[in-house]
Design a protein around this ligand. Structure first.
Ligand code: PHE
Length: 339
Protein backbone atom coordinates (compact mmCIF):
# COMPACT_ATOMS: atom_id res chain seq x y z
CA UNK A 1 0.00 0.00 0.00
CA UNK A 2 2.74 2.35 1.05
CA UNK A 3 4.77 1.43 -2.04
CA UNK A 4 1.73 1.94 -4.23
CA UNK A 5 1.25 5.41 -2.76
CA UNK A 6 4.91 6.22 -3.33
CA UNK A 7 4.57 5.15 -6.94
CA UNK A 8 1.52 7.34 -7.44
CA UNK A 9 3.33 10.31 -5.91
CA UNK A 10 6.40 9.90 -8.11
CA UNK A 11 4.32 9.46 -11.25
CA UNK A 12 2.19 12.50 -10.37
CA UNK A 13 5.16 14.78 -9.68
CA UNK A 14 6.93 13.60 -12.84
CA UNK A 15 3.76 14.26 -14.83
CA UNK A 16 3.50 17.77 -13.39
CA UNK A 17 7.13 18.42 -14.17
CA UNK A 18 6.60 17.43 -17.80
CA UNK A 19 3.37 19.39 -18.25
CA UNK A 20 3.76 21.97 -21.02
CA UNK A 21 0.34 23.56 -21.28
CA UNK A 22 -2.27 24.46 -18.72
CA UNK A 23 -4.60 21.78 -20.05
CA UNK A 24 -2.05 19.10 -19.00
CA UNK A 25 -2.32 20.31 -15.40
CA UNK A 26 -6.11 20.24 -15.52
CA UNK A 27 -5.98 16.66 -16.84
CA UNK A 28 -3.52 15.59 -14.11
CA UNK A 29 -5.75 17.11 -11.46
CA UNK A 30 -8.63 14.89 -12.59
CA UNK A 31 -6.32 11.89 -12.93
CA UNK A 32 -5.02 12.07 -9.35
CA UNK A 33 -7.36 14.22 -7.26
CA UNK A 34 -10.70 13.81 -9.07
CA UNK A 35 -13.55 11.78 -7.58
CA UNK A 36 -12.21 8.65 -9.28
CA UNK A 37 -8.63 9.88 -9.18
CA UNK A 38 -5.84 7.59 -8.13
CA UNK A 39 -5.31 9.24 -4.72
CA UNK A 40 -9.03 9.32 -3.98
CA UNK A 41 -9.36 5.64 -4.86
CA UNK A 42 -6.56 4.65 -2.52
CA UNK A 43 -8.59 6.10 0.35
CA UNK A 44 -11.24 3.52 -0.41
CA UNK A 45 -8.70 0.72 -0.14
CA UNK A 46 -8.08 1.84 3.43
CA UNK A 47 -10.69 -0.68 4.61
CA UNK A 48 -8.40 -3.53 3.64
CA UNK A 49 -5.55 -2.20 5.79
CA UNK A 50 -5.16 -3.55 9.35
CA UNK A 51 -6.76 -1.20 11.84
CA UNK A 52 -3.57 -0.19 13.65
CA UNK A 53 -1.82 0.89 10.45
CA UNK A 54 -4.69 3.07 9.30
CA UNK A 55 -3.84 6.35 11.11
CA UNK A 56 -0.22 6.39 9.88
CA UNK A 57 -1.27 5.47 6.36
CA UNK A 58 -4.08 8.05 6.40
CA UNK A 59 -1.61 10.72 7.39
CA UNK A 60 0.69 9.65 4.57
CA UNK A 61 -2.11 9.78 2.00
CA UNK A 62 -2.98 13.28 3.18
CA UNK A 63 0.64 14.37 2.87
CA UNK A 64 0.88 13.01 -0.67
CA UNK A 65 -2.46 14.63 -1.58
CA UNK A 66 -1.22 18.02 -0.24
CA UNK A 67 2.10 17.72 -2.00
CA UNK A 68 0.53 16.85 -5.36
CA UNK A 69 -2.05 19.56 -4.90
CA UNK A 70 0.47 22.34 -4.29
CA UNK A 71 2.73 21.11 -7.12
CA UNK A 72 -0.27 21.23 -9.46
CA UNK A 73 -1.17 24.70 -8.30
CA UNK A 74 2.35 26.06 -8.67
CA UNK A 75 2.92 24.71 -12.18
CA UNK A 76 -0.67 25.51 -13.15
CA UNK A 77 -0.28 29.17 -12.19
CA UNK A 78 2.99 29.40 -14.05
CA UNK A 79 1.60 27.91 -17.26
CA UNK A 80 -1.57 29.98 -17.05
CA UNK A 81 0.44 33.22 -16.78
CA UNK A 82 2.69 32.18 -19.65
CA UNK A 83 -0.25 31.41 -21.90
CA UNK A 84 -1.97 34.67 -21.05
CA UNK A 85 1.12 36.68 -21.90
CA UNK A 86 1.52 34.89 -25.21
CA UNK A 87 -2.12 35.55 -26.03
CA UNK A 88 -1.85 39.27 -25.22
CA UNK A 89 1.25 39.56 -27.32
CA UNK A 90 -0.43 37.91 -30.27
CA UNK A 91 -3.49 40.13 -29.97
CA UNK A 92 -1.56 43.38 -29.51
CA UNK A 93 -2.43 46.30 -31.83
CA UNK A 94 0.56 47.93 -33.52
CA UNK A 95 -0.02 51.61 -32.80
CA UNK A 96 3.06 52.59 -34.81
CA UNK A 97 1.44 51.37 -38.04
CA UNK A 98 0.75 54.23 -40.52
CA UNK A 99 -2.90 55.02 -41.08
CA UNK A 100 -3.91 56.80 -44.27
CA UNK A 101 -6.96 58.54 -42.84
CA UNK A 102 -7.41 62.28 -42.20
CA UNK A 103 -4.72 64.21 -44.00
CA UNK A 104 -4.90 67.84 -42.90
CA UNK A 105 -5.37 70.34 -45.69
CA UNK A 106 -3.52 73.63 -45.97
CA UNK A 107 -3.99 77.05 -47.51
CA UNK A 108 -3.02 77.43 -51.15
CA UNK A 109 0.22 79.45 -51.45
CA UNK A 110 -1.66 82.15 -53.39
CA UNK A 111 -4.26 82.41 -50.63
CA UNK A 112 -1.51 82.68 -48.05
CA UNK A 113 0.30 85.44 -49.91
CA UNK A 114 -2.93 87.30 -50.68
CA UNK A 115 -3.91 87.26 -47.01
CA UNK A 116 -0.46 88.40 -45.98
CA UNK A 117 -0.61 91.27 -48.50
CA UNK A 118 -4.01 92.41 -47.26
CA UNK A 119 -2.67 92.34 -43.70
CA UNK A 120 0.31 94.49 -44.66
CA UNK A 121 -1.68 97.11 -46.59
CA UNK A 122 -4.50 97.19 -44.02
CA UNK A 123 -1.80 98.15 -41.55
CA UNK A 124 -1.03 101.18 -43.75
CA UNK A 125 -4.68 102.27 -43.88
CA UNK A 126 -5.79 100.67 -47.16
CA UNK A 127 -9.28 99.21 -47.59
CA UNK A 128 -9.90 96.10 -49.72
CA UNK A 129 -12.14 96.08 -52.81
CA UNK A 130 -13.01 93.47 -55.43
CA UNK A 131 -14.46 93.77 -58.92
CA UNK A 132 -15.82 91.81 -61.88
CA UNK A 133 -13.62 89.54 -63.98
CA UNK A 134 -15.68 90.20 -67.11
CA UNK A 135 -15.04 93.91 -67.43
CA UNK A 136 -16.17 96.60 -69.81
CA UNK A 137 -13.69 98.03 -72.24
CA UNK A 138 -14.42 101.39 -70.64
CA UNK A 139 -13.02 100.51 -67.20
CA UNK A 140 -10.34 98.09 -68.32
CA UNK A 141 -8.92 100.46 -70.96
CA UNK A 142 -10.59 103.73 -71.93
CA UNK A 143 -10.81 105.46 -68.55
CA UNK A 144 -7.21 104.39 -67.94
CA UNK A 145 -6.07 106.46 -70.90
CA UNK A 146 -5.95 103.52 -73.30
CA UNK A 147 -8.28 104.53 -76.16
CA UNK A 148 -9.65 102.06 -78.69
CA UNK A 149 -7.21 101.27 -81.50
CA UNK A 150 -4.36 102.94 -79.58
CA UNK A 151 -1.02 101.07 -79.89
CA UNK A 152 -0.70 100.90 -76.07
CA UNK A 153 -3.40 98.20 -76.13
CA UNK A 154 -0.79 95.84 -77.52
CA UNK A 155 0.97 95.87 -74.12
CA UNK A 156 -1.60 93.35 -72.95
CA UNK A 157 -2.84 90.42 -75.07
CA UNK A 158 -6.54 90.58 -74.42
CA UNK A 159 -9.34 87.99 -74.43
CA UNK A 160 -12.30 89.85 -75.91
CA UNK A 161 -15.80 88.68 -74.96
CA UNK A 162 -17.28 91.05 -77.56
CA UNK A 163 -16.54 94.57 -78.80
CA UNK A 164 -17.35 96.13 -75.43
CA UNK A 165 -16.37 93.48 -72.91
CA UNK A 166 -13.11 91.73 -72.07
CA UNK A 167 -11.79 89.29 -69.49
CA UNK A 168 -10.08 91.97 -67.42
CA UNK A 169 -6.38 92.15 -68.22
CA UNK A 170 -5.52 94.12 -65.10
CA UNK A 171 -6.96 94.90 -61.67
CA UNK A 172 -6.28 98.54 -62.65
CA UNK A 173 -9.81 98.39 -64.09
CA UNK A 174 -10.97 98.73 -60.50
CA UNK A 175 -9.04 102.01 -60.17
CA UNK A 176 -11.39 103.55 -62.71
CA UNK A 177 -14.47 102.03 -61.07
CA UNK A 178 -13.47 103.35 -57.64
CA UNK A 179 -12.45 106.82 -58.82
CA UNK A 180 -15.68 107.30 -60.75
CA UNK A 181 -17.77 106.34 -57.74
CA UNK A 182 -15.97 107.77 -54.69
CA UNK A 183 -14.39 110.95 -53.38
CA UNK A 184 -10.81 111.32 -52.16
CA UNK A 185 -9.20 110.52 -49.81
CA UNK A 186 -8.98 107.06 -51.40
CA UNK A 187 -6.73 104.29 -50.11
CA UNK A 188 -7.64 100.91 -51.53
CA UNK A 189 -6.07 97.61 -52.56
CA UNK A 190 -7.69 95.25 -55.05
CA UNK A 191 -6.73 91.57 -55.21
CA UNK A 192 -8.17 89.52 -58.05
CA UNK A 193 -7.86 87.23 -61.06
CA UNK A 194 -6.87 88.66 -64.42
CA UNK A 195 -6.53 87.12 -67.90
CA UNK A 196 -4.08 87.48 -70.76
CA UNK A 197 -3.33 85.44 -73.84
CA UNK A 198 0.14 84.57 -72.62
CA UNK A 199 1.63 81.20 -71.70
CA UNK A 200 5.13 80.13 -70.59
CA UNK A 201 7.04 79.23 -67.39
CA UNK A 202 6.47 82.66 -65.88
CA UNK A 203 3.14 83.54 -67.58
CA UNK A 204 -0.21 81.84 -67.19
CA UNK A 205 -3.35 82.88 -69.15
CA UNK A 206 -5.00 83.28 -65.76
CA UNK A 207 -3.14 84.85 -62.88
CA UNK A 208 -3.66 86.95 -59.79
CA UNK A 209 -2.92 90.63 -59.44
CA UNK A 210 -2.83 92.98 -56.50
CA UNK A 211 -3.55 96.63 -57.21
CA UNK A 212 -3.05 99.64 -54.97
CA UNK A 213 -4.48 103.14 -55.30
CA UNK A 214 -4.09 106.22 -53.11
CA UNK A 215 -5.66 109.56 -54.04
CA UNK A 216 -5.51 112.58 -51.79
CA UNK A 217 -4.12 116.12 -51.64
CA UNK A 218 -0.33 116.41 -51.97
CA UNK A 219 0.38 112.76 -52.80
CA UNK A 220 3.79 112.38 -54.43
CA UNK A 221 6.18 109.78 -55.80
CA UNK A 222 7.86 109.89 -52.35
CA UNK A 223 4.69 108.48 -50.76
CA UNK A 224 4.68 105.68 -53.32
CA UNK A 225 8.31 104.90 -52.60
CA UNK A 226 7.75 104.84 -48.82
CA UNK A 227 4.68 102.66 -49.12
CA UNK A 228 6.39 100.13 -51.40
CA UNK A 229 9.54 100.04 -49.23
CA UNK A 230 7.42 99.06 -46.21
CA UNK A 231 5.57 96.49 -48.31
CA UNK A 232 8.81 94.91 -49.62
CA UNK A 233 10.38 94.66 -46.15
CA UNK A 234 7.25 93.07 -44.69
CA UNK A 235 6.54 90.56 -47.45
CA UNK A 236 10.17 89.49 -48.02
CA UNK A 237 12.53 90.50 -45.21
CA UNK A 238 13.60 93.54 -43.20
CA UNK A 239 16.85 93.92 -45.17
CA UNK A 240 15.04 94.14 -48.54
CA UNK A 241 15.67 97.28 -50.59
CA UNK A 242 13.74 98.58 -53.59
CA UNK A 243 14.79 100.56 -56.64
CA UNK A 244 12.67 102.51 -59.09
CA UNK A 245 13.40 102.51 -62.84
CA UNK A 246 11.67 104.80 -65.33
CA UNK A 247 8.97 103.04 -67.32
CA UNK A 248 5.75 103.70 -69.19
CA UNK A 249 2.08 103.03 -68.42
CA UNK A 250 -0.70 105.05 -70.05
CA UNK A 251 -2.45 105.64 -66.71
CA UNK A 252 0.53 106.82 -64.64
CA UNK A 253 2.89 109.73 -65.26
CA UNK A 254 5.67 109.43 -64.37
CA UNK A 255 5.71 105.62 -64.39
CA UNK A 256 8.21 103.31 -62.79
CA UNK A 257 9.11 99.67 -62.68
CA UNK A 258 10.10 98.54 -59.20
CA UNK A 259 12.77 95.98 -58.37
CA UNK A 260 13.55 94.42 -54.98
CA UNK A 261 16.84 92.97 -53.80
CA UNK A 262 16.71 89.23 -54.44
CA UNK A 263 15.37 87.47 -51.35
CA UNK A 264 17.18 84.26 -52.31
CA UNK A 265 20.73 85.63 -52.38
CA UNK A 266 20.15 88.98 -50.63
CA UNK A 267 21.64 90.88 -53.54
CA UNK A 268 24.72 88.72 -54.20
CA UNK A 269 23.40 87.31 -57.48
CA UNK A 270 21.84 83.88 -58.07
CA UNK A 271 19.64 81.84 -60.42
CA UNK A 272 16.44 83.58 -59.28
CA UNK A 273 17.73 87.10 -60.02
CA UNK A 274 19.76 85.90 -63.01
CA UNK A 275 22.93 87.09 -61.32
CA UNK A 276 21.86 90.73 -61.02
CA UNK A 277 20.89 90.79 -57.32
CA UNK A 278 17.56 92.44 -58.25
CA UNK A 279 14.16 91.07 -59.24
CA UNK A 280 11.46 93.08 -60.97
CA UNK A 281 8.19 92.82 -59.11
CA UNK A 282 5.82 95.57 -60.09
CA UNK A 283 4.66 98.53 -62.13
CA UNK A 284 3.64 101.79 -60.52
CA UNK A 285 3.55 105.54 -60.83
CA UNK A 286 1.83 108.80 -60.08
CA UNK A 287 -1.77 108.65 -61.32
CA UNK A 288 -1.93 110.40 -64.69
CA UNK A 289 -3.87 113.71 -64.22
CA UNK A 290 -5.75 112.86 -67.41
CA UNK A 291 -7.08 109.71 -65.72
CA UNK A 292 -8.14 111.65 -62.61
CA UNK A 293 -10.03 114.13 -64.77
CA UNK A 294 -11.69 111.42 -66.91
CA UNK A 295 -12.87 109.74 -63.71
CA UNK A 296 -14.28 112.97 -62.33
CA UNK A 297 -11.58 113.85 -59.79
CA UNK A 298 -10.13 117.38 -59.91
CA UNK A 299 -6.50 116.91 -60.89
CA UNK A 300 -5.65 120.46 -59.78
CA UNK A 301 -6.63 119.62 -56.21
CA UNK A 302 -5.79 115.94 -55.97
CA UNK A 303 -2.98 113.64 -56.95
CA UNK A 304 -2.40 109.97 -56.40
CA UNK A 305 -0.17 106.96 -56.80
CA UNK A 306 -0.99 103.49 -58.09
CA UNK A 307 0.83 100.21 -58.27
CA UNK A 308 0.07 96.70 -59.48
CA UNK A 309 1.85 93.37 -59.27
CA UNK A 310 1.28 89.65 -59.67
CA UNK A 311 0.51 87.77 -56.46
CA UNK A 312 1.83 84.71 -58.30
CA UNK A 313 5.17 86.37 -58.87
CA UNK A 314 5.48 87.29 -55.18
CA UNK A 315 4.64 83.69 -54.20
CA UNK A 316 7.17 82.32 -56.71
CA UNK A 317 9.94 84.55 -55.35
CA UNK A 318 9.00 83.99 -51.72
CA UNK A 319 8.81 80.19 -51.95
CA UNK A 320 11.30 79.57 -54.78
CA UNK A 321 8.60 78.18 -57.13
CA UNK A 322 10.19 77.78 -60.59
CA UNK A 323 7.05 77.52 -62.76
CA UNK A 324 3.82 79.52 -62.45
CA UNK A 325 1.81 76.49 -63.68
CA UNK A 326 2.46 74.74 -60.36
CA UNK A 327 0.14 77.28 -58.76
CA UNK A 328 -2.78 76.24 -60.97
CA UNK A 329 -2.43 72.47 -61.40
CA UNK A 330 -3.71 71.44 -57.94
CA UNK A 331 -1.05 68.77 -57.62
CA UNK A 332 -1.30 67.53 -54.02
CA UNK A 333 2.43 66.72 -53.90
CA UNK A 334 3.17 70.38 -54.55
CA UNK A 335 0.44 71.86 -52.35
CA UNK A 336 1.18 69.58 -49.36
CA UNK A 337 4.53 71.33 -49.00
CA UNK A 338 2.79 74.46 -47.76
CA UNK A 339 1.42 72.84 -44.62
N1 PHE B 1 -1.75 97.38 -64.51
C1 PHE B 1 -0.35 97.30 -64.76
C2 PHE B 1 -0.04 95.93 -65.34
O1 PHE B 1 -0.85 95.05 -65.24
C3 PHE B 1 0.46 97.51 -63.52
C4 PHE B 1 0.30 98.90 -62.96
C5 PHE B 1 -0.66 99.14 -62.02
C6 PHE B 1 1.13 99.92 -63.36
C7 PHE B 1 -0.79 100.43 -61.49
C8 PHE B 1 1.04 101.16 -62.82
C9 PHE B 1 0.07 101.44 -61.89
O2 PHE B 1 1.01 95.71 -65.91
Amino acid sequence: MKEKLDGIKRAALAGIEKAEVFQDIADLKVKYLGKNGEISLIMRDMAKVPKEERPALGKLVNEVRNEVESALELKGNMLERKEKEARLKAEAIDITLQSDAHRLGSLHPLTRVRRELIEIFSGMGFKVAEGPEIESDLFNFQLLNIPKDHPSRDMQDTFYVNDNFVLRTQTSAMQARIMTTSEPPIRVVIPGKVYRSDDDASHSPIFNQFEGLAVDEHITMGDLQGCLTTFAKKIFSEDTKIRLRPSYFPFTEPSVEVDVTCSMCHGKGCRVCKGTGWVEILGAGVVNPAVLDMCGIDSKKYSGFAFGFGIDRIAMIKYGIPNIKLLYENDMRFLAQFN
